[in-house]
Design a protein around this ligand. Structure first.
Ligand SMILES: [Zn+2]
Length: 136
């Protein structure tokens, strides 16, 4: 782990291997489903600046999603009080103006070193497993 960026925890190859073993992944099922290659590269967050920089900025792979209804429709629905109850927290004062229409799930990728096929894992699932195992 790069201690320079402690606020965004990186998953190490060993942690991913332990996680996958614990989840029943076999040597056979780990192979690339496209070309059967066994060698992959783990892609997690990476610093934008070089090692000599003091800027603590990283790029984290994510799965993006948009929130519907969009801002204008949500505003109209709130004015008409026409929204599901779990949207209640979005209707409290200034928060409405700050509703972000895009949400993200942090992920890591495994890229096949031969054909480039990319597999994606939810980082939350791995981190939760590490926490449960006392390894985080
Ligand atoms: Zn492959």
């Amino acid at each position: 782990m790069n201690s320079k960026y402690p606020y965004i925890r990186r998953i190490t190859p060993n942690e991913l291997a332990e996680f996958l073993n614990a989840k029943g992944v076999s040597h056979h099922s780990f192979k690339c489903p496209i070309c059967n290659n066994e060698h992959h590269t783990l892609i997690d967050n990476m610093p934008i600046e070089d090692d000599k920089s003091d800027v603590n900025v990283v790029l984290q792979p994510v799965l993006p999603a948009f929130v519907y209804p969009r801002a204008e429709e949500l505003k109209n629905a709130i004015e008409k009080k026409d929204y599901p109850e779990h949207y209640q927290h979005l209707t409290q004062g200034p928060i409405l103006g700050l509703v972000n229409q895009a949400i993200y799930r942090e992920v890591i990728h495994l890229t096949c070193d031969n054909c480039g096929y990319v597999r994606t894992f939810s980082k939350d699932s791995i981190i939760q497993w590490l926490v449960d195992e006392g390894k985080f």
